[in-house]
Write a protein that binds this ligand. Structure first.
Ligand code: ADP
Ligand code: MG
Length: 236
């Protein structure tokens, strides 16, 4: 089976910022893996997720997602590819403040025809949005509320429903539990992992919190996948 992620020799520098460089030797993520990527703040976890999702393109190396080389796509091609194949839970959730909860959950379907088709087949896109919100433990009447009126924990679940709708192959989560206390972290992870199991998605979560490790099928330290030269530099 084609891997979710196949990355080799990738190097990336943010434009105009020479102080930070990410140089990853190799990263292979099979389909259906639940991967936790650990690293301290500032180590490049979010940068790596931006590379994997094609928000930015590496200056060197090769990166295939579901067998597709991202550098073979232009910027709008990568936008379409990302919308279709990734559900993304951002650290700050990035909900549309003026939209309702349902608007927010349905948003990715506007850019992802295959996800729209799957969501529609599952009982209508809006019905599917309501089913996910309820499966994530949100009250039935939440759909019409504005995203800005929700608690942090509720916003996070709405962001999760938005990532899951239409069953994209890969769910990416950038420190989604960092704003929650321990009990709520646990509840949230149980709900998220339950949904991931149901859709057979690949999960890539990044965090600085190694206590999350037991929930995952694989745990990778960012420092362990850095190219040898960068690992030596980091150790000095
Ligand atoms: P982490 O997610 O592990 O905390 P990041 O990937 O956010 O680490 O950051 C790694 C480095 O890249 C930091 O030095 C950070 O300042 C820099 N960086 C992150 N995002 C951007 C950006 N959009 N533009 C320029 N530099 C960035
Ligand atoms: Mg980050």
């Amino acid at each position: 089976m084609i891997d979710a992620v196949s990355l080799r020799g990738v190097e990336y520098k943010w434009n105009g910022r020479d102080a930070f460089a990410l140089s990853v030797g190799a990263l292979q993520i099979p389909r259906n893996e639940r991967l936790l990527l650990l690293g301290p703040s500032g180590s490049g976890k979010s940068t790596l997720l931006s590379l994997l999702t094609g928000v930015v393109v590496a200056q060197a190396g090769s990166l295939e997602i579901l067998g597709q080389r991202l550098d073979a796509l232009g910027s709008s091609g990568r936008d379409r590819f990302r919308a279709e194949h990734f559900g993304i839970i951002f650290q700050m959730f990035n909900l549309l403040p003026y939209g309702t909860v349902i608007d927010n959950v349905l948003l990715p379907l506007s850019f992802a025809p295959a996800r729209r088709t799957r969501a529609t087949a599952a009982g209508g896109a809006e019905g599917e949005a309501r089913r996910l919100l309820s499966a994530l433990g949100l009250p039935a009447d939440i759909g019409r509320r504005r995203a800005t009126t929700l608690s942090v924990g509720q916003q996070q679940r709405v962001a999760t429903a938005r990532a899951l709708i239409g069953s994209p192959e890969i769910i990416v989560a950038d420190e989604p539990t960092s704003a929650l206390d321990d009990d709520r972290q646990q509840d949230f992870l149980d709900l998220l992992l339950g949904q991931i199991d149901a859709t057979k998605a690949t999960l890539i979560m990044v965090s600085h919190d190694r206590r999350l490790a037991r929930h995952f099928t694989k745990v990778v330290e960012l420092t362990d996948i850095l190219a040898t030269s960068q690992r030596e530099a980091a150790a000095t």
